[in-house]
Ligand binder design. Structure first.
Ligand SMILES: O=C1O[C@H]([C@@H](O)CO)C(O)=C1O
Length: 948
């Protein structure tokens, strides 16, 4: 009795126990063996996700312990409990069977316990994790927005991160570093997400990257969504398109890790991939349009899509960088408008944050910029009679113009204001920024409507390096090709970009360029043509110098008695960003701190292993620069729009008005960032080097490089600079052989003089000044009385002039006479440098020719010898350029064909030097031009010459 009671007593609590839903041995009536706990059965390749999902489901059922072994089999003495345990174990086994593929199921059917099965599966399938892990990592690396919405892109990336975490998560620890590690991981995710976004988000990306601390990826996603919403709202009429060089290699296909070829039994011996054989291997194919391997341009789906949507074939619309806006418009069929946000960006870039002593007009969007969505058409363009384009100097195999039907119009509407100066203070910083990069394709027509928003100052914009063949009135040189654009007036520039390459644009009125009105022009090859070098990404970088004094104050000083020299600039800017009195850019100290992202240097983010084409242009007012990137060689491949026979440099010397493309490979240790530095050379300058950061992804863009910035070359060592000049030759296969003889030689002695008490620069003792009536109008409309008709001298007193001493040029004069060149003749120019008015001093002058490229035939030191030096000319493979340096006490010989009807300035690109008279003007074939557009008239005697 007592025993029976005991049994009953002992059984009762056990029964109660199994009734308790919190007990792992409890079975709910719904816990049926037929249940399927996960949707994706284990197939051998999805172990990590499967096991995670399974554990989650078992945890909900309170049966996790049966697979991880924590709920042990009870001793045989506890019979009832043992029975219940086996019931539960078998139930879990059934659930496992239901969640694995049949093949795998067959191999574990004889395992007794769920725990054994679980361990067996783990042993077998988690071993493939490293391969899977590799694929997941690869897929994360390749994951870019491309054709996806931001939401879809985020979801995809998030899924991949979760998968990676399932495969390999950071072990939990309680020490303090865990927080830092997680923060680092978060930052990496934010960076990855930002990097994969399409270029339309570049502006937002730039802002987010400068936030400190970096927001979490979720927060970043929400910020980008807001940006997208705003964009959709204000950009309704403009079709969004994936954009820019940053995503040129966007892969719309599945990342390799998730892509499964059909014929898995085939293996290619050529590329090693599964799914095909050598005969059908496409690995060697490369598409000239989208840059992807594996197909050619004729079957490129991206191109077909672009064509079918009617967008310009490169399908780019807006692309903005952290500190400048790249804009590109579709064909003329749709009116192009800037959105309020884009316009605001542009104005912020052109504008500053403090009032300027000069006329400086920052109007609100509505006031200043009428061409928002509501303006349906562009203002009528004053169309002059076109002159046929000339195709000289170009081998017939490579056409200079692509005739397209219809030709694409790129329209830009730009309101002009000038950036303000930062008033020097004890510890201040400054930022200046350039205007939008114009991105076009060879043969495109670019239309830029400039509205002068300045209150009291005129404006004109020159398209530097664009030869304006057939449109000399669009060169934008005030006083030479057009009247100035008056405050409040609008001028429409319309011209064809007839050659691929890297060009610039900038103000060409007084010393206004110095005030910060400039930007880059990037012209790509026509569809189907490829560059003779390869790279993964394309970036434009403009170098500049920056003064605290306004251009106006500088100009007053230069023309005052006593003379007030502009002095050395306060800062050097890389892509619009510089510093003043900060210890180091990017460091959280003083005013250059995290709360002021505007104070950060320009950051160029690179993906380790990738090659970048850096299109570097200089628009300095004064400084010759040496540009270098710590630890990275640069291969020079392009100069002023011409392919260069590649050569490698550690530092690139670049003079105002020049452009170069260099290739750099992100092949250094990816564990840190690197300095890019621009140092003043050729002048004993006190200006600190301009600095930027080459940011190796995924390092934080504002993490300072661990090394000190490069010091750069010695300022007065001419040797390496001359060596670089001599190294620049035309690339084989792209040589434009120069005419072997010339029809006329003009020697131009560059000297500094004192004329009527003013310090001036002169050419052959004649200092240049601009007339009130632009030459082009004066020649065409026979208004020859508006400027001096005595042509400037063709040389100097060669026998008696000592270029090495301070000359007493008392006979120097000023003149606005021009050289008239016989149309289609070949002209040689010898730029002869000399001593300035300071003892033992000769300066570097970058000379820029409008309307042409010239062959650079040679350089030399000392006085040019007309009988021996021409024998040393390079008449085989000289580079063609539009800007070239004459080195201190040296000479440079150029040759060009006077075959572009118009009037063209040729001048020193140092802003103050041209202002002080260092320039000349060439006229050629104006009689061949048709009617000039009315829009360039209105000043001097051109008043009243408007044609109906
Ligand atoms: O044009 C210039 O004037 C000064 C100096 O020669 C006179 O002070 C200078 O360095 C120039 O380049």
């Amino acid at each position: 009795m007592a025993g029976k009671e005991q049994t009953q007593n002992s059984a009762k609590p056990e029964c109660n126990k199994f009734d308790n839903p919190n007990d792992p041995l409890y079975l709910h009536y719904s816990d049926q063996p037929g249940l399927i706990l996960v949707t994706q059965p284990l197939n051998g390749e999805n172990y990590s996700t499967w096991s995670r999902a399974m554990l989650m489901a078992l945890n909900i059922k309170n049966k996790e312990g049966f697979v991880n072994g924590t709920i042990k089999e009870p001793p045989e003495t506890s019979t009832i409990e043992l029975q219940q345990w086996w019931r539960c174990n078998n139930l879990v086994k059934a659930w496992l069977f239901n969640s694995i593929s049949q093949d795998i199921g067959a191999s574990i059917i004889y395992n007794e316990s769920a725990h054994e099965i679980w361990s067996d599966l783990k042993d077998r399938f988690s071993r493939t994790n490293s391969v899977h892990f590799f694929h997941v990592e690869e897929a994360i690396h390749d994951c870019k927005q491309g054709n996806m919405t931001v939401g879809a892109y985020y979801t995809k990336l998030k899924g991949l991160w979760d998968e990676r975490e399932a495969l390999c998560s950071i072990p939990k620890c309680t020490c303090g570093t865990m927080k830092d590690i997680l923060q680092f991981q978060q930052n990496q995710k934010t960076m990855k997400f930002l990097m994969g976004l399409n270029e339309v988000y570049a502006s937002a990306r730039g802002q987010i990257m400068l936030m400190d601390p970096l927001p979490t990826v979720n927060k970043t996603y929400s910020l980008i969504l807001q940006d997208e919403k705003q964009r959709e709202k204000s950009d309704r009429d403009v079709q969004l398109a994936e954009a820019s060089a940053f995503v040129v290699k966007n892969n719309p296909r599945k990342p390799e890790g998730t892509f499964k070829p059909k014929n898995q039994h085939l293996k290619c011996e050529t590329c090693g991939k599964i799914g095909h054989t050598s005969e059908t291997c496409r690995a060697h194919l490369k598409c000239d349009y989208c840059g992807w391997q594996g197909h050619t341009v004729d079957v490129c789906r991206k191109l077909q899509k672009a064509k079918s949507t009617g967008l310009k074939s490169d399908n780019r619309l807006f692309s903005s960088k952290a500190n400048h806006v790249d804009a590109i418009a579709p064909s003329s069929s749709k009116p192009f408008t800037l959105t309020a946000e884009q316009y605001q960006n542009l104005m912020t870039l052109l504008g500053g944050n403090k009032p300027n002593s000069m006329a400086n007009h920052h109007l609100s969007h509505e006031e200043n910029y009428p061409h928002t969505e509501s303006s349906a058409t562009s203002p009528p363009i004053d169309e002059p009679t076109p002159t046929p384009p000339l195709d000289s100097h170009v081998p017939s195999s490579r056409p200079t113009r692509t005739t397209k039907t219809p030709s694409y119009l790129h329209e830009y509407h730009v309101g002009v204001s000038l950036p303000s100066r930062n008033v020097p203070s004890s510890n201040s910083t400054m930022v200046k920024a350039s205007g939008p990069t114009i991105i076009a394709q060879q043969g495109d027509t670019v239309v830029v409507e400039i509205r002068n928003g300045l209150l009291t100052e005129n404006v004109a914009i020159h398209w530097h390096g664009i030869r304006q063949i057939g449109t000399p009135w669009m060169d934008g040189t005030e006083g030479v090709t057009q009247c100035p654009i008056l405050p409040g007036e609008t001028f429409v520039y319309k011209f064809v970009v007839d050659r691929p390459g890297t060009y610039l644009y900038h103000a060409h009125y007084g010393m206004q360029r110095e005030a910060g009105l400039y930007g880059a022009i990037r012209v790509s090859l026509p569809d189907g043509q490829i560059e003779p070098f390869s790279y993964d990404y394309d970036r434009s970088i403009i170098l500049n110098d920056w003064y605290h004094k306004s251009a106006y104050e500088q100009a007053v000083g230069l023309s005052s008695i006593p003379f007030v020299w502009v002095g050395e600039p306060q800062s050097i800017l890389i892509q619009g960003r510089g510093k003043f009195n900060c210890n180091t850019p990017g460091i959280a100290s003083g005013l250059c701190n995290a709360t002021n992202p505007e104070c950060s240097p320009y950051v160029l983010t690179v993906v380790p292993g990738k090659t970048y084409r850096l299109r570097i242009g200089s628009l300095t007012a004064l400084s010759a620069l040496s540009f270098e990137i710590e630890g990275h060689n640069m291969t020079v491949v392009e100069a002023d729009g011409h392919y260069v026979e590649p050569f490698v440099v550690q530092n690139l010397f670049i003079y105002s008005g020049e452009t170069y493309s260099v290739l750099i490979k992100a092949d250094q240790s990816p564990s840190r960032n690197y300095w890019a530095s621009a140092k003043v050379v050729s002048r004993n300058s006190t200006t600190p080097n301009g600095l930027a950061i080459l940011n190796y992804y995924p390092n934080h863009p504002r993490r300072n490089p661990t090394a000190s910035p490069p010091i750069g070359p010695i300022w007065n060592d001419i040797g390496p600079r001359l060596a670089q000049s001599l190294a620049i030759k035309a690339r084989k296969g792209f040589i434009h052989t120069p005419p072997q003889t010339s029809d006329r030689v003009i020697i131009m002695l560059n000297t500094q003089n004192r004329i009527n008490g003013n310090v001036r620069w002169s050419i052959n003792n004649v200092s240049f000044h601009l007339p009130h009536t632009p030459y082009l109008i004066a020649y065409k409309h026979n208004l020859l009385h508006t400027f001096e008709q005595n042509p400037p001298p063709e040389g100097y007193d060669f026998a008696n002039y000592d270029i090495f001493s301070v000359a007493n040029n008392t006979n120097a004069t000023t003149s606005n006479g021009a050289y008239r060149l016989k149309f289609n003749t070949t002209v040689d120019i010898i730029l002869q440098n000399a001593n300035t008015m300071n003892l033992n001093n000769s300066e570097t002058h970058p000379w820029h020719l409008h309307g042409h490229d010239f062959w650079v035939l040679g350089y030399g030191t000392g006085k040019f010898n007309g009988s021996s030096d021409p024998k040393r000319y390079n008449l085989v493979d000289p580079i063609m350029k539009n800007t070239v340096a004459v080195h201190p006490y040296g000479w440079t010989a150029l040759r060009f064909r006077a075959d572009n009807p118009g009037v063209w300035a040729f001048h020193c690109h140092i802003e103050s030097h041209f202002y002080m008279g260092m320039g000349v003007v060439f006229e050629e074939g104006v009689e061949r031009l048709g009617r000039l557009p009315n829009s360039i008239m209105g000043c001097g005697d051109s008043k009243g010459h408007h044609s109906p």
